[in-house]
Design a protein around this ligand. Structure first.
Ligand code: 5RP
Length: 235
């Protein structure tokens, strides 16, 4: 169910795909254990979330209600018997769980490798707690490009010029909400400053930088098990 990748983001060579898959599953299962019956839960998108969905379904929480951030997550969740409603139907969520492309030491994230970052940010912001699930190779000492962008089609050339170092992502097409998916390939430097600059460009619908204060908890799975890092927004 994971959407195709064209960001150029490469896993470091030292971890095998099988090890990474096991870590993604471990992080996802740890997050699934945090879900209680009756909760309203936001479901992110991507290959780590693909492990979350069966782990949640197995718990047979009869009054659990979910919101999906992508059509692929919605399809997979429904197929597993999970109840999926719209965010507008549910309003505030108890918990949102999602993957990340990069996690820095201060808890800044880059998301949107699967082109769903706008919906993912809306769902995370609508949730009382936002839990990030990641395999160990997502941890970086400093964030680097690409930073995913969703752009309005109107005035696209002007918007790309204003962003600088940005290009449309090949094969990504149009988001379910009509935006065009691009990536910023320039230096990230101070993520807060870059996030503010990108947000101030009118044709940028949303960028993939998530600030630490949005994040309650980061579950990072690696060789030593699942590490729990408090996010800047723990409450
Ligand atoms: C999708 C995302 C994903 O959460 C992110 O790309 C991580 O994906 P994966 O779990 O497949 O590594 O932001 O827009």
């Amino acid at each position: 169910m994971a959407p195709p990748r064209a960001t150029g983001w490469q896993r470091p060579p030292q971890l095998s795909p099988a090890a990474i898959a096991g870590y993604k599953r471990a992080a996802a299962e740890a997050a699934a254990a945090m879900v209680a019956d009756g909760m309203r839960v936001g479901l992110g998108s991507g290959s780590t979330v693909a492990y979350l969905l069966p782990a949640l379904a197995q718990r047979e929480l009869r009054t659990l209600t979910c919101v999906a951030t992508s059509q692929s997550t919605e399809r997979a969740a429904r197929k597993l018997g999970l109840t999926v409603r719209s965010l507008d139907d549910l309003g505030e969520l108890d918990l949102a769980i999602d993957g990340a492309d990069q996690v820095d030491p201060r808890g800044w994230l880059i998301k949107g490798g699967g082109a769903a970052h706008t919906r993912e940010k809306i769902v995370a912001a609508a949730s009382r707690r936002f839990v990030v699930i990641a395999s160990a190779e997502k941890v970086v000492s400093a964030l680097g490009p690409p930073v995913p962008l969703e752009l309005l089609r109107f005035g696209l050339r002007s918007t790309l010029a204003a962003v600088g170092n940005a290009r449309l992502r090949e094969g990504a097409g149009v988001s379910p909400d009509g935006g065009l998916i691009a990536d910023y390939w320039g230096p990230v430097g101070d993520p807060r400053r870059l996030a503010a600059r990108l947000s101030a460009i009118p044709g940028v619908v949303e960028h993939g930088l998530f600030a630490p204060e949005m994040v309650s908890l980061i579950l990072i799975a690696g060789e030593a098990g699942v590490e729990r890092r408090a996010g800047g927004g723990e409450r």
